[in-house]
Design a protein around this ligand. Structure first.
Ligand code: AMP
Ligand code: MG
Length: 326
């Protein structure tokens, strides 16, 4: 079976996709961050199909996507003042909040935790699908577990085309890296995963933010696996943007760089430039597609220039480090 790819712009596609979710099926859909693999967040059998399709270990919980504040009450029990401030400021958008969960959310969705990760996406297709389904939608990224997240419908079809029913094609995702995740269950807000909403933006609204150690082998707050978002091809991060590797024994190597200005790469079998001007938003938008293209060349190694770790650069380097971990 090959997944059907439907144009997200057609209202009939949204109708079919909403019905598929209501009936316990799986639908891949675009969000502003990456494509999600969605199911009815209140249906444990549907959730188990998500884990199976992705080959995702059950200790890694899903993010629940909602379309409006009323649905939030179905998902979480309490909203602290800080949660309200973040919601007012950043929703709809690429910010996921971890909060105490309602009993109606199945254990499988939260990996048995008493908390749930929830976000309200801004992408109109995601919003339309959630409304049409009439239920919160649990959705991890629509890729086989551990691989680079998908930012186009074709990426989804490449990785999961034979494991799911339906893909809504809404074009490339604008942001390109996964949502920022903030836990609000401890005494202080804690950044669990950097994303396009930066620590600076968060702190401007809620003050100090704790940062969890990003790379651990056996996560308690899951999704913090050392190796994730990874290509088949080994990846090495260069020590600085000016460094160039010594290529050994006719090594066929690829190079991923942030700005056209640094592209002088006759020695490389393939080069990907993430932005013509070194703009980090453009780089994040292009990151996963570029990694996938390099991975498709069957190279011996991909060398990656580091970027400055401020603003969105923190999320980009987080993904690249986990891609490089072996
Ligand atoms: P993905 O949807 O594949 O980008 O990953 C979702 C991530 O959300 C997980 O891997 C976790 O890092 C995070 N997450 C989901 N639920 C929780 C939770 N209850 N507590 C902490 N982190 C969570
Ligand atoms: Mg993922």
């Amino acid at each position: 079976m090959k997944a059907r790819i439907l144009p997200a712009s057609a209202s009939e596609s949204i109708r079919v996709a909403g019905k598929t979710i209501r009936l316990g099926g799986l639908v891949a859909f675009p969000t502003e961050t990456v494509y999600g693999l969605g199911c009815d967040a209140l249906n444990p059998e549907a959730a188990s199909k998500v884990f199976e399709a992705k080959q995702r270990p059950q200790f890694d919980p899903l993010i629940v996507h909602i379309a409006d504040r009323m649905q939030l009450d179905k998902v979480v029990t309490v909203l602290t003042a800080i949660a309200r401030q973040l919601i007012d400021q950043f929703w709809p958008g690429p910010l996921t909040l971890v909060l105490p969960k309602q009993p109606a959310i199945p254990d499988l969705v939260t990996a048995g935790l008493a908390t749930v990760a929830v976000r309200m996406p801004s992408h109109p297709v995601a919003q339309a699908l959630i409304r049409e389904a009439g239920t919160p939608i649990a959705a991890p990224s629509a890729n086989p577990f551990g691989y680079v997240s998908p930012t186009t419908a074709h990426h989804v079809a490449d990785g999961l085309g034979s494991a799911i029913d339906l893909i809504l094609d809404g074009g490339p995702c604008s942001v390109g890296v996964e949502s920022t995740i903030v836990s609000l269950v401890g005494s202080q807000a804690e950044l669990l995963r950097p994303g396009s909403i930066t620590p600076e933006q968060l702190s401007a609204v809620i003050g100090p933010l704790r940062r969890s150690s990003p790379v651990i082998d056996q996560p308690t707050a899951p999704g913090q696996l050392a190796r994730h978002y990874a290509t088949q091809t080994p990846v090495t991060i260069l020590t600085s943007a000016e460094t160039r590797p010594v290529l050994l024994n006719n090594e066929r190597a690829g190079l991923l760089i942030f700005s056209q200005a640094n592209a002088s790469g006759e020695r490389f079998a393939a080069i990907e430039v993430l932005s013509t001007t070194g703009d980090l938003r453009e780089a994040a938008h292009n990151l996963f597609a570029a990694l996938r293209r390099l991975d498709a060349h069957g190279l011996d190694r991909i060398y990656v220039e580091p970027c400055r770790e401020e603003g969105l650069g923190m999320a980009i380097m987080d993904r690249l480090r986990r891609c490089a971990a072996r």
